[in-house]
Design a binder for this molecule. Structure first.
Ligand code: AMP
Length: 279
């Protein structure tokens, strides 16, 4: 596995691959890799000749009071995990290289960003869209892989790829969960043992929603109410939002007639966790 820090060198490597007709699969991450990330890397391994994984904790997607400084950074461990999962090129650019003095361009997908996580994290999706645009330019993949865990982010990236004519295909990979259902996240390691036990209420609340809807419940108010009640049984959990929306546009539903995305954000102590299911 090659370890690249320089953007110029990354561009040279992808140019060489492209000249040789090798397909490039790309997995952007912020590191602290877990099975969720590894499932994206393994999928890229199966589907591409050259697998590029980036690790970049992007300051522009963190709010001023968020966890940018304490976000877990474990480069040595990540490099070993990425290699085992089939990564060929680990791309780890510096903040100074990605955002040199004078950097000012932003990419924004306003409508999809205006709801759910966008409400409590102003500027977050602008930071995500901007960095992903840069990374897609630098790596020029044939396919880029994102997790359904960040459902809103995946939709925003599909939209920007379409709007800005990237010729990369954007593939969205299912959520990988712990045995008790908690969606894997680099932020789970912030949880104390007691908080970790209560965090299981998050997936359980989504399963409650799934059961209700499978039994024929069509009223969104009832579904959201049941999710909130299940979460209320975890005294350390503070609900930020529970949304039942159309899965492609994120427009709120009032009645469930077809597919619905049930998505939520919950605070457990100082840790913000998100999860979702499509029913
Ligand atoms: P992050 O490092 O949190 O920015 O995540 C990098 C990529 O991994 C994003 O596309 C995430 O959606 C994806 N990802 C994170 N957690 C999971 C998970 N539990 N299952 C599937 N994909 C995930």
């Amino acid at each position: 596995m090659q370890h690249i820090r320089s953007i110029t060198q990354m561009i040279a490597v992808r140019n060489r691959a492209r000249r040789r007709g090798r397909s490039i699969g790309f997995v952007p991450t912020m590191g602290a890799l877990h099975e969720g990330h590894l499932s994206l890397i393994r999928r890229a391994r199966r589907e591409s000749d050259l697998v590029v994984v980036s690790i970049f904790v992007n300051p522009k997607q963190f709010g001023p009071r968020e966890d940018y400084r304490r976000y877990p950074r474990k480069l040595k461990r990540d490099a070993a995990l990425a290699r085992e999962a089939g990564c060929d090129v680990l791309f780890v650019p510096s903040v100074a290289a990605m955002y040199p003095a004078g950097f000012e361009t932003v990419v924004e997908v306003p409508e999809l960003s205006a709801t759910m996580c966008g409400l409590s994290r102003p500027g977050h999706f602008r930071g995500v869209a901007t960095v992903v645009t840069k990374l897609l330019h630098i790596v020029a993949p044939n396919v880029a892989y994102f997790g359904q865990k960040d459902a809103q982010q995946a939709l925003i990236i599909k939209k920007l790829a379409r709007d800005l004519n990237f010729d990369a295909r954007i593939k969205v990979v299912p959520i990988v969960r712990e045995p008790d259902g908690l969606a894997m996240s680099s932020r789970n390691q912030y949880l104390s043992p007691a908080q970790r036990r209560e965090a299981t209420a998050i997936f359980e609340s989504l399963q409650t929603a799934r059961r209700l809807m499978r039994r024929g419940e069509r009223r969104v108010g009832r579904v959201r109410g049941a999710v909130r009640r299940r979460l209320a049984s975890a005294p350390r959990a503070q609900v930020e939002y529970v949304a039942v929306v159309e899965p492609e546009t994120l427009r709120p539903l009032t009645r469930i007639t077809g597919k619905a995305l049930v998505a939520l954000a919950v605070w457990i102590g100082h840790t913000r966790l998100i999860d979702n299911i499509t029913v």
